[in-house]
Write a protein of this length. Sequence first.
Length: 100
Amino acid sequence: MGSFEVRFLEAALSDLEEITIYIATENKEAAKELHALIITHAKELSTLPYRGPKVPDEKISAMGFRYLSIGKYLIFYKTEKDTVFIHRILDGRRDYPGLF
């Protein structure tokens, strides 16, 4: 298996920006660190695209979504051909199935 391209969709970039801004209101350094950690884990999917488990929700799993857990945040992604598409980055405590 070769290297995959990792692409962040607009919704995922928006999610990440919202998370970063929210955390920065209390702790700018923590916001920077979390942002970097999420980006790093997402980019690691270029070499391990099937690393994350399928989403436990049957409807979302049937759409081909997998996820990575970074603390309380979840990176939802799909792998298609040689590309990993990052669809959403959400707080795992949210009712995320309604967002797909």
